[in-house]
Design a protein around this ligand. Structure first.
Ligand code: GUN
Length: 466
């Protein structure tokens, strides 16, 4: 076992170089941009994105679904690029960046905790997609057996950290493309239920733009904040020499693939086959191979959910309870919590929580980016580096905490529909804008007093962002 100095005390880090509690040292930032982009592809290949495309197209029209996908790519791509830059430059993921990036160390544990619950929920949701597909194919196996089996297999796949994820995602990607091409081929051989070009599909009474487009954008908002934030878990390992191309690749390529390619194919499959549920049409097109395709995509996404969930839990428990059992412990906790959610059957009752999460994630990302670009770089308020050690930090910084609570609180009320239809769909966007403004205003008002308690001269100048 190797020992690294963590926030204030010695923490036993495991052999797999997790750096769940401290910045990745420069000597360990040795992954190429292609490897990192490839890992983030584990998220982008989720069949969840087929479903988004199919549902939006069949309910609100293909063109509206396409416009909303372009919007999602641009907004999430820009946020993702900035966050990848901050992570690669500082060696920190968003849990650690938040400590010195406007939240303080207890404030950052608040974000880590919400973020961790988000991954546990998604892990359960993605797991249930797989369980449902397999159960439909082999109904004799009880669902609870499938839940325990598929919920457990992602735990050992996370044991050896980022290097193992890299290999797993690398080897499974060609298989994914073989399945994808087979599904497209089979769909072209199935007579289309819609006679025109797929992008011209509009359900009766629906127009291009207006409420239908807003509803599509509202659906995209539910998920758009996640990938830009999550990329930071991997971008912190980026080789400094790959920085220029790497941050754009990590920022944009996964978004282009998930919202553009997967979402676009979802529109095409949905319109052609007249079916919104990929769990149904993939199996219809590929039979038992469709079940294997689903297995592949869901395992790929759930290993990333467990990885990020475990890092967030590690950060939360270290901050609040000084409890540092190592990332693997949190891998098991994340996996078992997701299994319990699935067994408890509450996956279908998470709508309000997911709405809050969608607003929270976009708002949090906006605060981190505004804090870096406007507060630290332009206004030169607070230190030009990210501090993660409790000893040097205040517990709370009102800059991020105040902005987040006010904006995501108001945003959630609006997203749940209490402030009218227009704001229901656009809440996350306006909450993110409000959060950015509040970040600057509070930083100015508090003169950056709460960023650090004492200066840290040990941080390499090259890790500074301002
Ligand atoms: N990180 C992440 N992003 C997603 N996008 C759609 N589903 C998921 C998921 O389960 N995890």
């Amino acid at each position: 076992m190797r020992s690294v100095t963590s926030t204030d005390h010695k923490v036993e880090d495991n052999k797999s170089d997790d750096y769940s509690l401290d910045r990745v040292p420069r000597s360990k930032r040795n992954m190429g941009w292609l490897s990192i982009t490839n890992i983030t592809f584990g998220i982008a290949t989720a069949i969840f994105y087929f479903q988004m495309g199919s549902v939006m197209a069949l309910q609100f029209g293909a063109i509206n679904a396409i416009i909303s996908a372009v919007y999602a790519i641009i907004v999430a791509g820009i946020l993702g690029t900035f966050i990848a830059y901050l992570s690669a430059k500082s060696g920190m993921n968003v849990n650690l960046l938040s400590r010195g990036g406007g939240f303080g160390y207890i404030g950052a544990s608040l974000t880590s905790f919400i973020y961790a619950t988000n991954f546990i929920m998604y892990c359960a949701l993605e797991g249930m997609i797989l369980v449902t597909a397999v159960h439909a194919f082999i109904p004799t196996i009880p669902e609870w057996v499938l839940i325990i089996f598929f919920g457990s297999i992602v735990i050992p796949l996370n044991w050896f950290g980022i290097k193992q994820l890299d290999k797993l995602q690398k080897w499974s990607l060609p298989l994914f493309f073989i399945f994808l091409i087979a599904a497209i081929f089979m769909a072209t051989r199935t007579p289309s239920l819609y006679e025109g070009n797929f992008w011209s599909y509009m359900p009766e009474g629906v127009q291009v733009g207006g409420t239908a487009l807003l509803l599509c954008i509202g659906m995209q908002h539910g998920i758009m904040g996640l990938t830009p934030l999550l990329a930071s878990d991997y971008a912190r390992f980026l080789k400094p020499k790959d920085m220029k191309i790497g941050i754009f690749a990590i920022g944009f390529i996964p978004q282009i693939f998930c919202f553009g390619v997967m979402g676009g194919l979802g529109i095409w499959f949905g319109v052609r086959l007249g079916e919104p549920n990929p769990g149904v049409y993939i199996v219809l097109l590929l039979g038992v191979w469709g079940v294997l395709f689903t297995l592949l995509t869901q395992v790929r996404i759930n290993v990333t959910n467990i990885y990020s969930g475990s890092l967030s839990l590690a950060s939360f428990f270290e901050n609040i309870f000084k409890f540092t059992p190592g990332r693997r412990f949190w891998v098991v906790v994340t996996g078992v919590s997701a299994i319990i959610l699935m067994l408890g059957g509450i996956v279908n009752h998470l709508q309000a929580v997911m709405t809050f999460q969608g607003v929270f994630l976009l708002t949090w990302a906006a605060i981190l980016v505004t804090d870096a670009v406007v507060v630290k770089r332009i206004l030169k308020i607070g230190p030009g580096y990210y501090e993660s050690r409790q000893l040097n930090l205040h517990k709370w910084n009102p800059v991020g905490v105040g902005s987040l609570i006010i904006s995501s609180g108001l945003g959630t009320i609006a997203a749940l529909g209490f402030l009218g239809t227009f704001l229901q769909s656009t809440a996350a966007f306006f909450a993110a804008i409000l959060a950015s403004i509040l970040t600057v205003v509070i930083a100015f008002a508090t003169k950056g007093k709460y960023y650090i308690k004492r200066e840290n001269k040990e941080i390499d100048r090259r890790d500074h962002i301002a």
